[in-house]
Design a binder for this molecule. Structure first.
Ligand code: SAM
Length: 418
């Protein structure tokens, strides 16, 4: 694993736990550039790769070759260095034998994975490892050609914090834009980060378990990403439908037409939206087809402009505008994501926070009491739906905070306010 630069010094470089009142980090007394929560993590990482990198690390990261790399390639460069150092640390005599062992090791599994499409592959510089460097010709190419299509972004509470290599997960899971599972990360004292794969719905015996490699909401660009970065054509139900319909029509630009389109989209996905009391029932199955008049909702510019309005209004108001736009976003998510997709839950949590802001500020232009009652109804529904979805995904990453804890806080605030 390798931490994103903004996380460096805030988390243990080995187990990725966040510094806190009970977790104190100390840095490596030689290079001062790796931080650990305790001796066990430090020793494990020293043995795994740090002893091969410690001496040259600061010179390498300060070099012009490293500094000139774009941010993602810097992370690749560090991760590749960790991987190579691990090869040398694990076997003194024959480091490269580890790549082809009969008994699979994580590294031999990694090197047996399908490589990505190689177009002008430029291998980033790695941390010098002394006389062994000569052994690396050809090997770096082999390892790096598997980075783009196999490596994972590690998150805590669904926010990215690091990149990592999980060879077994790479081996086991292909991609689908309508995935039936999602990856989450568990941090445990003195242990390497663990990936858990959570079923998002019931999975039949024999059915393939797939993860999303990229955000399925990139409806118009995702095939290009699969082609360039992963070297395959996705044929999931969503991509088969996209192939059949061809170019996505632009969403209406004229304000009245746009308003009408957004309203009919909300009513199409949530037919019970205008019922009393407020209710919002999310689809139970992924959409296999979408009616022609709803297709502009799949245009990437549509979600982009809705998200812009939502992010401003959900913080600064008017909150009624934010909540209406928020439901439109939810309708788009329901078309793009499979049921129980964690991002739907995260958006519902933002909706719940917005509804709470509206309750406490009394920011509404209707009859005050009726408006407050309606907002509280909405808030309860958002919290219930959000709990349903994020409860399936469960806790991940840091032990403190996180969306499930936030749901609990909002629930208590609501009870206190009633
Ligand atoms: C993380 S690996 C998945 C495991 C891979 N099957 C293996 O054993 O190496 C990623 C590669 O698997 C292939 N792959 C993943 N999902 C696919 C899909 N839905 N259709 C076709 N190929 C896919 C692509 O070659 C991709 O670059």
């Amino acid at each position: 694993v390798v931490l994103l630069p903004e996380q460096k010094g805030k988390r243990c470089d080995a187990c990725l736990r966040l510094e806190s009142e009970t977790i104190r980090l100390r840095n490596c007394s030689r290079c001062h550039s790796y931080w650990y929560c305790g001796e066990k993590c430090q020793q494990a990482q020293w043995k795994a790769h740090h002893k091969k990198m410690c001496k040259a690390y600061n010179r390498y990261t300060a070099s012009t070759a490293f500094q000139a790399l774009p941010p993602n390639e810097k992370l690749d460069s560090l991760l590749l260095s960790h991987l190579v150092a691990e090869l040398f640390s694990n076997s003194k005599e024959e480091p490269l034998a580890l790549l082809i062992e009969d008994q699979p090791t994580p590294i031999s599994t990694f090197s047996s994975l399908l490589s990505g499409p190689i177009v002008n592959q430029r291998i980033p510089p790695i941390c010098p490892m002394g006389p062994n460097d000569i052994l690396l010709e050809g090997v770096l190419d082999e390892l790096y050609s598997r980075f783009g299509n196999n490596n994972f972004v590690i998150h805590s509470h669904l926010v990215s914090i690091a990149h990592g290599i999980f060879p077994l997960a790479s081996r086991l899971f292909n991609h689908s834009c309508v995935p039936n599972a999602a990856a989450k990360y568990i941090f445990t004292e003195s242990e390497p980060v663990r990936m858990d794969v959570v079923a998002l719905r019931d999975i039949k015996e024999g059915e393939e378990i797939c993860l999303p490699y990229i955000d399925p909401a990139l409806y118009q660009t995702r095939q290009q990403i699969f082609n360039l970065t992963y070297g395959f054509v996705c044929t999931c139900i969503s991509c088969a439908f996209a192939e059949k319909i061809g170019p996505i029509p632009q969403p209406p630009q004229e304000p009245a037409e746009r308003e009408m389109f957004e309203r009919s989209l909300r009513n199409f996905v949530f037919p019970s939206l205008d019922s009393q009391p407020f209710d919002l029932v999310l689809p139970k199955e992924p959409y296999e087809t979408i009616p022609e008049n709803m297709l502009p909702a799949l245009h990437e510019s549509f979600l982009g402009s809705l998200s812009e309005v939502f992010s401003t209004t959900s913080h600064d108001g008017p909150y009624r505008v934010a909540l209406d736009v928020g439901v439109t976003i939810l309708a788009v998510y329901a078309l793009l994501y499979p049921p129980n997709y964690p991002q739907i839950g995260m958006h519902l949590l933002e909706m719940a926070k917005t509804a709470w802001n509206a309750v406490v500020t009394g920011d509404n232009d209707e009859n005050a009491q009726a408006a407050e009652d309606r907002l509280k109804d909405e808030l309860r529904v958002y919290l219930t739906r959000c709990q349903d979805i994020l409860g399936i995904f469960g806790r991940e990453g840091d032990s403190a905070g996180g969306p499930l804890e936030e749901i609990g806080i909002l629930r208590r605030l609501l009870v206190g306010n009633d």
